[in-house]
Design a protein around this ligand. Structure first.
Ligand SMILES: C[S@@+](CC[C@H](N)C(=O)[O-])C[C@H]1O[C@@H](n2cnc3c(N)ncnc32)[C@H](O)[C@@H]1O
Length: 170
């Protein structure tokens, strides 16, 4: 029984740590996945990152659209769920999920970056993107916009969260 408590404690600890680092695990609506894919204008062979990938739902949708999808997640429960789902993803371009803090990865290879994170970290993330993203990379923000950036497109559907698309300048 003590092992159960230890496991629950570890899961809770990673959840709290992730909430502090950028956002708690709150999955985006499944019905919004096609909106993300359309707004991102994914092209076959591109590299798609989800910073804080949760249970990997965006990764599967992006891989379905023909891109190389990679996610970074530090909350144990969604990470394991994503891992499990990916095992059963049988098409080509199997997505990848890493148990890694996205603040410690370089974004230089990404063509498209998806974020659904808290507004309080957006300025810090913006600085990281301005330094690391290549010119022309696209950024999709779910619910909260990137402060100070002019969106290239906004996807607004009545009753659903807004999404914002940005293009990194040179
Ligand atoms: C609001 S959820 C979004 C999940 C997923 N992107 C989606 O749209 O369904 C934010 C996720 O970011 C993860 N997270 C927070 N800070 C992180 C960090 N520094 N590195 C990796 N993942 C992080 C959380 O654990 C959580 O799963």
């Amino acid at each position: 029984m003590i092992w159960l408590y230890i496991i629950v404690f570890i899961f809770a600890l990673t959840f709290l740590y992730a909430s502090w680092r950028a956002a708690p695990w709150l999955p985006m609506y499944g019905k919004d996945l096609s909106r993300v894919i359309n707004l991102a204008r994914l092209k076959e062979g591109e590299r798609f990152y989800d910073l804080g990938a949760g249970d990997g739902r965006t990764l599967l949708a992006a891989a379905d659209a023909g891109v190389f999808a990679e996610g970074f997640e530090i909350s144990l429960l969604p990470y394991l769920l994503a891992k499990f789902k990916i095992i059963f993803f049988k098409k080509k371009n199997k997505p990848k999920i890493y148990f890694r803090d996205f603040w410690n990865i370089n974004l230089g290879e990404a063509d498209v970056v998806f974020v659904f994170l808290l507004p309080r970290i957006m300025n810090q993330l913006k600085a990281k993107m301005e330094t690391e993203l290549k010119p022309g990379a696209r950024i999709i923000c779910y619910v909260w916009p990137m402060p100070g950036w002019e969106p290239a497109a906004v996807d607004a559907v009545s009753g659903q969260p807004k999404m914002y698309s940005y293009i990194k300048g040179s």
